[in-house]
Write a protein that binds this ligand. Structure first.
Ligand SMILES: [Mn+2]
Length: 342
């Protein structure tokens, strides 16, 4: 539940409520607004039911949060959407974030060429995988730390903040040296120990929806990161598995408006992995943008025919600018803007 303090509440009164929350075994999450301090009491239902707050000095009113996720809920932020800053680029609110770059970091030339092209066209964040979750253990598994060094070089050259995937908690340290945003892949969405460690690391996160995860499960996964005090979680719809076999996954665009009814966290879409095919990436990106997504994360490669991984779905660097302009036009239908080039 959420305890809204009076405007006149003193620090001592806030602390007394926090002690009462902790006394019953729940956690207190204090957020100071402009007028009111709000205390989130997070814990099992039984804990919170034992809270006796009636008549405590300084308490204005108590709002029950009915969903199993608390910190991720829109109620918790009093119906306001979160906006965060990633290296000077904003995500959430009326900002549309374009995240682009190759699937996998393959070589210096490939990474720097892709980075320069997406930067020139106006993307805000650069993506590139150094650790790759592959369906086959015999497929290329990524360049690892060598890849991270190339990503750091690309950031240096373009000034773009970078996004890269963390698969294993043992790689957290090298990733923290480079990544401005940590990506959690669909297959790790419910890796709760990984999510907890990322929560503690305090770096912005893109959390991808599992291929068979319900929206509530996605929000519960986000809650693992949030409960460690890391508030910068971006949710990512990337296609779910259905009976349809005409394309790789079914991009669940309905997730965008529905998530927006329940959570304050930004919601972006990955059209590349959902489609598995280049020709579907533009129409699905435009649909996502028009449906109110806060951004897209898209794969772009200078020579997709020779890409080590996900070649058929990667946009060509030469077509990226046209792509971005079209998606930007769709985003403006939903009242969002792609920030001017930095
Ligand atoms: Mn990929």
């Amino acid at each position: 539940m959420m305890i809204v303090m009076k405007e006149s509440a003193t620090t001592d009164q806030v602390e007394a409520v926090v002690r009462q929350v902790e006394h019953v075994g729940a956690r207190a999450h204090v957020s100071k607004g402009e007028l009111h301090t709000v205390i989130g009491a997070i814990g099992d239902r039984e804990h919170v039911a034992n809270l006796e707050l009636d008549g405590m000095p300084g308490v204005d009113h108590v709002v029950p949060i009915t969903r199993p996720y608390k910190l991720a809920s829109l109620q918790f932020k009093r119906e306001e959407y979160s906006v965060f800053d990633i290296g000077g680029r904003k995500v959430g609110g009326n900002n549309f974030m374009m995240i682009a770059g190759p699937c996998t970091i393959e070589s210096r030339d490939q990474m720097l060429t892709a980075a320069a092209a997406v930067h020139e066209a106006g993307a805000q964040l650069l993506r590139g995988g150094a650790y790759k979750p592959r369906t086959s253990p015999y497929s290329f598994q990524g360049l690892g730390e060598g890849g991270l060094r190339l990503l750091a070089e690309a950031r240096e050259e373009t000034g773009m903040p970078v996004v890269t995937e963390l698969m294993d908690v043992r790689d957290l340290e090298p990733i923290l040296e480079v990544a401005d945003v940590i990506q959690v892949g669909a297959r790790n969405m419910q890796n709760y120990t990984l999510l907890t460690e990322i929560g503690r690391a305090g770096r912005p996160v893109i959390l991808k929806r599992g291929l068979s995860a319900q929206l509530e499960e996605l929000l519960m996964a986000a809650e693992y990161v949030l409960k460690e005090g890391n508030e910068e979680v971006i949710l990512c719809e990337r296609g779910i598995r259905t009976f349809e076999s005409g394309y790789r996954f079914t991009l669940d665009l309905m997730a965008i408006p529905v998530l927006k009814q329940h959570t304050h966290l930004p919601v972006i879409v990955d059209p590349s992995h959902a489609a598995g095919r280049r020709d579907l990436v533009l129409p699905m990106s435009m649909a996502a943008a028009a449906a109110g997504a806060d951004g897209v994360i898209v794969e772009v490669h200078p020579d997709p025919e020779h890409a080590i991984c996900d070649g058929p779905q990667q946009l060509r660097t030469t077509e990226f600018e046209h792509y971005l302009r079209q998606v930007e036009a769709a985003a403006s239908l939903a009242g969002k803007e792609v920030a001017a080039k930095v």
